[in-house]
Design a protein around this ligand. Structure first.
Ligand code: ARG
Length: 403
C-alpha cells in the first residue's frame, strides 16, 4: 500500500461520516480535510464544523453549492426531461458529480492524494463519486471505507463509535435508521421496512410533502416563465435558480406533488425500493414539457424523447463527466433556443397539470389546425394523397395476407 499523506473526506457531520473520519485518521495516520456541501438538504451545517473540530480536523470546508447545483446540474438535466426508468427524477444521482467535482478541487488545492466518501458497496452512489473522480483527476485515489473496513453491521458500527468516544445520539442507538438523502431537488428514503416492496410505506416516511389526501381542497394556479429551456420566473416574478426551485418546492409540497414509490434497477445489479419526494422538480418537468409542446418542432421533440432514457441512464449510472453525456447535452441544449414563454399549471391533491401555455416563439397555429374556416390555404386534397401514399404498403400487405 502506497503511503497516503492527506485525504479530503466528503463529510455530512452525521454518525456514519463521523465514524469514517475517525477510521481514516487511525488507519492512515494522516491529515483529513473535511468537505461538507450545502446542497439545500435543509440540515444545520454548524454541527458539521463543531464535530470536525472535536475530531481534530484543522481544515474544515463547508461550501454553499446550491446555486451551482441548480444552475449547472439540475436545470441542464431538466432540459432533457430526464427520468430514469420512466419515473425517477434523479435527485440523488445528479448531486454526486457536483460533490465529486469539489472534492477533487479541494484535493488539488491542499495537495491531498486521496478523497474519501461514505457510500456503501451495494449502492449507486459509490459509482457516481468514483467515476467522476476518475474523469476529473485520475491521479487522485479514492478511499471507500465501507468497502475496506471490517465493520459489517450497524451493531459493529456503534461499537466502534463507543470505543472511540464518538457520541451516538440516542435515536441512533436502536434499530438502524432509514437511509435518507436530501437536497434542494429531492428527498429519497430507502431501507428498513421499505426493503419489502410488498409492504405499504408507512405515512411517516414522507417528510417533505403532505399526503395528497390532506392537501388543500382548493387548487392553486401558478405560472412559470421559461427562457431558452430554463425556468426563470414564478407568477411573473423573476427568480434565481435556487429561489425558483425553493418556491416551487414550497408550492408543490403544500399540494402533495411529487411523491413516488419506486422499485428501480441499480447499476450494480440489484433491484431496490425507494420513496422519493420531488415537489418542485415534478412541477418543472410538467411545465417544461408544456412549453416544449408549442415551441419544439415535432422531429426535434421526438428525437429528444428517444435519447432521453439513454441520457437519464448515464446520469443514474454515474457518467455525468463522460463524453457521451456531453454530446447528448449539446444536442439537448441546442434544441432549447426557442423554448421560451409561459406555462400555467394547476396544483391539486398531488397533481401538477398544465392548463395553458403561451410563447412568442410558438409553432402552434390556430389558423392551421382550426375546425372552422381557415385563412391559411390548406389543400385537403394533399391529405388525401398523403394518406394514399402512406397506405400503399399497407394495401400491398393486406392483399397478400388475404385480409
Ligand atoms: N436509489 C437512489 C439513487 O440511486 C437514491 C440513492 C440515495 N442515496 C442514499 N444515500 N440514500 O439515485
Amino acid at each position: 500500500m502506497t503511503k497516503i499523506e492527506k485525504i479530503v473526506l466528503s463529510y455530512s457531520g452525521g454518525l456514519d461520516t463521523s465514524i469514517i473520519l475517525k477510521w481514516l485518521q487511525e488507519t492512515y495516520g494522516c491529515e483529513v480535510v473535511t468537505f461538507t456541501a450545502d446542497l439545500g438538504q435543509g440540515e444545520e451545517l454548524k454541527p458539521a464544523r463543531t464535530k470536525a473540530e472535536m475530531s481534530g480536523v484543522k481544515d474544515i470546508r463547508i461550501v454553499d453549492l446550491r446555486e451551482e447545483f441548480v444552475r449547472d446540474f439540475v436545470f441542464p438535466m431538466l432540459r432533457a426531461n430526464a427520468l430514469y426508468e420512466g419515473q425517477y427524477l434523479l435527485g440523488s444521482s445528479i448531486a454526486r458529480p457536483l460533490i465529486a467535482k469539489h472534492l477533487v478541487g479541494i484535493a488539488r488545492e491542499v495537495s491531498a492524494d486521496a478523497v474519501a466518501h461514505g457510500a456503501t458497496g451495494k449502492g449507486n452512489d459509490q459509482l457516481r463519486f468514483e467515476l467522476a473522480v476518475n474523469a476529473l483527476d485520475p491521479s487522485i485515489k479514492v478511499i471507500a471505507p465501507w468497502r475496506q473496513w471490517n465493520i459489517r453491521s450497524r451493531m459493529q458500527l456503534l461499537e466502534y463509535a463507543e470505543k472511540h468516544h464518538i457520541p451516538v445520539p440516542s435515536d441512533k442507538r436502536g434499530e438502524a435508521p432509514f437511509s435518507i438523502d436530501a437536497n434542494l431537488l429531492h428527498t429519497s428514503t430507502e431501507g428498513k421496512i421499505l426493503e419489502n416492496p410488498a409492504e405499504v410505506a408507512p405515512d411517516h416516511v414522507c417528510q417533505r410533502t403532505v399526503d395528497p389526501v390532506d392537501a388543500p381542497d382548493t387548487p392553486e394556479i401558478i405560472t412559470i416563465g421559461f427562457e431558452s429551456g430554463d425556468p426563470v420566473s414564478v407568477n411573473g416574478k423573476a427568480m434565481t435558480p435556487v429561489a425558483l426551485l425553493t418556491e416551487l418546492n414550497r408550492l408543490g409540497s403544500r399540494h402533495g406533488v411529487g411523491r413516488l414509490d419506486l422499485v428501480e434497477n441499480r447499476f450494480i445489479g440489484m433491484k431496490s425500493r425507494g420513496i422519493y419526494e420531488t415537489p418542485g422538480g415534478t412541477i418543472l418537468l410538467a411545465a417544461h414539457r408544456g412549453i416544449e409542446s408549442i415551441t419544439l418542432d415535432r422531429a426535434a421533440a421526438h428525437l429528444k424523447d428517444e435519447i432521453m432514457p439513454r441520457y437519464a441512464e448515464l446520469i443514474y449510472n454515474g457518467f455525468w463527466f463522460a463524453p457521451e453525456r456531453d454530446m447528448l447535452q449539446a444536442l439537448i441544449d441546442h434544441s432549447q433556443a426557442f423554448v421560451s414563454g409561459e406555462v400555467t399549471l394547476r396544483l391539486y391533491k398531488g397533481s401538477a397539470s398544465v392548463i395553458s401555455r403561451a410563447s412568442p416563439c410558438s409553432l402552434y397555429s390556430a389558423d392551421l389546425v382550426t375546425f372552422e374556416e381557415s385563412a391559411i390555404t390548406f389543400d385537403h386534397h394533399d391529405a388525401e394523397g398523403f394518406i394514399r401514399l402512406n397506405g400503399l404498403r399497407l394495401r400491398s400487405l393486406a392483399a397478400r395476407n388475404g385480409r
